[in-house]
Ligand binder design. Structure first.
Ligand SMILES: [Zn+2]
Length: 180
């Protein structure tokens, strides 16, 4: 019994190996240059990731029916793969860019990564036949969400994303206090 099983197993393994079709690559569009930039590669990867997300979504989502709300959902979904510590307002290291010890605050996607990602997906959407007017990556809700993420992370991490001199210290202190 065991022998038969292992024979079948190895036969089927051999079979699947030998019968595997050669990998076929999609033909690049004729206009694409011979050397592809890192940006282009990243954009294609992002576009594939997003396509996968749509297919795995329950219920499945159709690209042409995607709204800004779906994009927000996608961005929040990505947070679980994030590597950026974003302190909660209850954390003693809230607002500290160099915390002296570890804490239990969640890891999220850094604002800069999300912002760049949305830029690439927005371009990819239109390169894949989407219209500017219906581009969900350019939706107002997405812009507002990114701004909110930027502001929240700037406060939580004590990192200013836009280097502006702030002379008004009172304003800085009050803006750090977002707990309520
Ligand atoms: Zn923390």
């Amino acid at each position: 019994m065991l022998d038969v099983y292992s024979t079948i197993n190895s036969v089927s393994q051999n079979f699947s190996l030998s019968s595997a079709p050669p990998p076929t690559l999609p033909l690049p569009p004729p206009s694409s240059p011979p050397t592809v930039s890192r940006y282009e590669l990243q954009k294609r990867r992002d576009w594939n990731t997003f396509g996968q997300y749509l297919r795995n979504h329950k219920p499945p989502l159709i690209l042409s029916r995607c709204s800004g709300a779906n994009i927000l959902e996608f961005l929040k979904y990505l947070d679980q793969f994030g590597k950026t510590k974003v302190h909660s307002c209850n954390c003693p290291f809230f607002g500290d860019p160099h915390p002296p010890a570890p804490c239990n605050c969640p890891l999220k996607q850094a604002w800069g990564s999300l912002d760049a990602l949305i830029g690439r997906l927005r371009a990819a959407f239109e390169e894949n036949g989407g219209r500017t007017e219906t581009n969900p990556f350019g939706a107002r809700a997405v812009r507002l969400y990114l701004k909110e993420v930027r502001d929240t992370q700037a406060k939580a991490r004590g990192i200013a994303y836009e280097k502006k001199k702030r002379r008004n210290i009172k304003q800085r202190i009050s803006s750090t206090n977002i707990c309520d």
